[in-house]
Design a protein around this ligand. Structure first.
Ligand code: BDP
Length: 326
């Protein structure tokens, strides 16, 4: 009887391994909060195609979109534990864990998306990616996220004074809480997935995000005023779990790193297309857009935020080098 059980188990194992030989040897599960079709989701799918092709089908990436694996803060922890292999997230939710990620998350640190690309495509970006390795993660590449601006359900915000006393959701980052409070508004950190109903029920007045997120989340349906103050140009990041990474051969690690790099131009193309499409959809829906806004008072108001967060020599140096980048 015992013998028979062992035999069945052995057959089971054989069958299972025969199946995995036919499929991929390595399947990496990747998380994303955004819905299918969103540029970040499509970029990681594209990366999966590159990886599959270049590994002759040995490695696959399975993308779980629409927060199927959870909200960002939780999926980051699970990636650190090795439960999730790969994660595409904003840099924001890393701010409280990885000091270096605060730098590209500083309001108005980048003068434009081009400036952000110049910095993050170069040695400064690499230093920030390298910082993930002290936190059970491997930083692979940055993806685009345009610029973030405030939207709300109440009124057109024409200047900083209009923000006074209003309640805005921010990503779960102390830096963003201080950013909103320094503008005279009140910050409520909460997961992305709770924002729609919180605006709808009036728990908060609004939130802040880029065109594609404002549109794809449906927030524009409940927040009819969007003010293009562009306070953040914070990129997305693609990370891997250090635990999953360490299981790969050096060759496979190099293959994934290269494929991730190669997915960036594709992502940027998708981003530009989606940004335009989302803007058109939001405008068509009748959202009132305030685009002619004097950013100077907003930038001035960020001084105490910089003073509070840019304290270590490392961060001071990064900020100075970013500002000096033409
Ligand atoms: C989007 C980012 C996403 C964040 C979301 C947020 O792509 O990673 O979860 O903002 O505001 O733009 O939480």
């Amino acid at each position: 009887m015992k013998h028979w059980k062992t035999m069945t188990a052995a057959f089971g194992l054989l069958a299972a391994s025969a199946m995995t030989v036919q499929a991929a040897d390595i399947v990496l599960r990747s998380s994303d909060t955004h819905p299918d079709g969103y540029p970040t989701v499509e970029a990681v799918k594209y990366l999966g195609e590159l990886v599959k092709e270049r590994s002759n089908g040995r490695i696959e990436i399975e993308v779980f979109h629409s927060a199927q694996l959870g909200q960002e803060k939780d999926t980051i922890e699970q990636t650190q534990f090795g439960v999730i292999d790969m994660n595409r997230v904003s840099l924001g939710p890393f701010n409280n864990i990885i000091e270096e990620t605060q730098v590209p998350s500083l309001p108005y640190i980048f003068r434009s998306v081009d400036h952000m690309h110049k910095v993050m495509d170069g040695p400064i970006g690499q230093e920030i990616l390298d910082a993930f390795s002290d936190h059970d993660l491997v930083g692979l590449v940055f993806y685009d996220a345009g610029s973030r601006s405030f939207y709300n359900r109440q009124k057109p915000v024409e200047n900083m004074a209009d923000l006074s006393g209003m309640k805005f959701r921010v990503m779960q980052s102390d830096l963003f809480v201080d950013m909103v409070n320094a503008l005279g508004a009140n910050a409520t950190p909460m997961p992305y997935g709770e924002v729609y109903s919180s605006i709808q029920t009036g728990v908060i007045d609004g939130a802040e995000n880029n065109w594609p997120s404002f549109e794809s989340s449906g927030h524009f349906e409940v927040a009819g005023y969007y003010t293009l103050d562009e306070h953040l140009i914070v990129p997305e990041v693609l990370v891997m779990s250090k635990k999953s990474w360490d299981k790969l051969s050096a060759e496979d690690q190099a293959l994934i790193r290269q494929a991730a790099k190669d997915s960036v131009p594709h992502m940027r193309k998708l981003w530009a297309e989606r940004e335009a499409a989302s803007e058109a959809k939001v405008r068509e829906a009748g959202v009132k857009i305030v685009s002619d806004i004097d950013k100077t008072p907003f930038i001035e108001a960020m001084k105490p935020v910089y003073e509070k967060y840019v304290t270590s020599d490392k961060l001071k140096d990064l900020v100075a080098r970013i500002q000096a980048t033409e």
